[in-house]
Design a protein around this ligand. Structure first.
Ligand code: NDP
Length: 295
């Protein structure tokens, strides 16, 4: 099969974004603010510990402050809430991230809602999600400094990196999770695409996908989106991370087959994945910016 699609290099774009963030951090430091991210991990989940460590490393590389808070795995909701309130009040903390999942005895909803929307680094607070939906376009989202869920924002920047004009394009998002699908659809709508959200009850998914000028796949099923479902020249953003029994990672899209039809496509790994942490830093720096003194 001949490959025609251009590869959207998420690794490279994420590195460029992080370099730009580093410059922003230097500017903010001159204005008296060192952007700071606090993470709160409850328990010892090994995967969560790795994620948290990589977030701190990225903060340090960008010249940001990062504060790691860990509570024991049997911590009560009240204990977690007390820590959240402490971080809400800490002037060095501009962004806060509660590492999910929380242990079962902790009321996750109460904890997430207790994070002040002004420090909601991953944009999942209902107030910020409401603001995201209320905004009429991306310009308003940026102007109002609304934190944007990180993986969906990464997807949007990867689409924008193609140079394609988004207004009026048909965008199909497969998956409707709160973490990826729904906010990705909201961002594409705010970019003036005509948006379809598909999910497990969608009928004729192949036909729905064939209409997509922009296809975002966030399902969690290896190679579920077949090459023949791709519209010629489409932008294909593959969010899926699926591990085979041998430990190999596959996206939700059949990459080789889709590459023969798509105009642009993200690889897995090396596409959406590297963008997520870069967007977390971007949100935190944006939240810190309003504390900067004028020079
Ligand atoms: P969820 O499991 O929360 O959501 C999956 C969605 O896919 C649901 O809306 C579900 O529909 C839909 N779905 C399931 N089966 C089908 C089907 N046969 N046809 C159409 N739709 C279907 O997953 P997430 O959104 O959290 O994650 C999706 C993928 O993205 C995963 O592989 C995850 O690992 C990856 N991911 C990657 C990130 C990154 O940084 N690159 C970050 C976050 C996630 P329904 O609602 O009807 O059940």
């Amino acid at each position: 099969m001949t490959m025609t699609a251009q590869i959207i290099d998420g690794k490279k774009i994420a590195a460029e974004t992080r370099a730009a963030i580093k410059t922003d951090v230097e500017t903010l430091k001159k204005k008296g603010v060192q952007p700071g991210l606090a993470t709160l991990l409850v328990g010892e989940d090994p995967a969560s510990k790795i994620y948290v460590a990589s977030k701190h490393k990225a903060c340090q590389e960008a010249g940001m402050n990062s504060f790691n808070h860990t509570l024991p795995k049997d911590a009560s909701t009240e204990t977690v809430l007390a820590k959240v309130r402490e971080l809400n009040a800490d002037p060095k903390v501009h962004g806060m991230l509660i590492q999910l999942p929380l242990p079962p005895q902790v009321d996750s909803e109460r904890v997430l809602e207790a994070v002040t929307p002004a420090k909601d680094a991953d944009g999942f607070h209902p107030t910020n999600l409401g603001r995201l939906i209320s905004a009429k376009d991306m310009a308003e989202i940026y102007a109002r400094n609304i934190p944007i869920p990180c993986t969906p924002l990464g997807c949007l920047l990867l689409v924008e990196s193609t140079g394609l004009r988004l207004a009026g394009k048909n965008a199909v998002v497969v998956g409707r999770s709160l973490i990826v699908g729904k906010p990705a659809a909201a961002l594409l709508l705010a970019s003036h695409c005509t948006v379809t959200i598909a999910h497990s009850r969608t009928q004729n998914l192949d036909a729905v996908c064939r209409e997509a000028d922009i296809l975002v796949a966030a399902v969690g099923k290896a190679k579920m989106i077949e090459g023949s479902w791709i519209k010629e020249g489409a932008v294909v953003i593959d969010v899926g991370i699926n591990r085979s029994p041998e430990g190999k990672i596959f996206g939700d899209v059949d990459f080789d087959a889709a590459s023969a039809r798509a105009g642009w496509i993200t690889p897995v790994p090396g596409g959406v994945g590297p963008m997520t942490i870069a967007m977390l830093l971007k949100n935190t720096v944006a939240l810190a910016r309003k504390h900067a003194r004028p020079v």
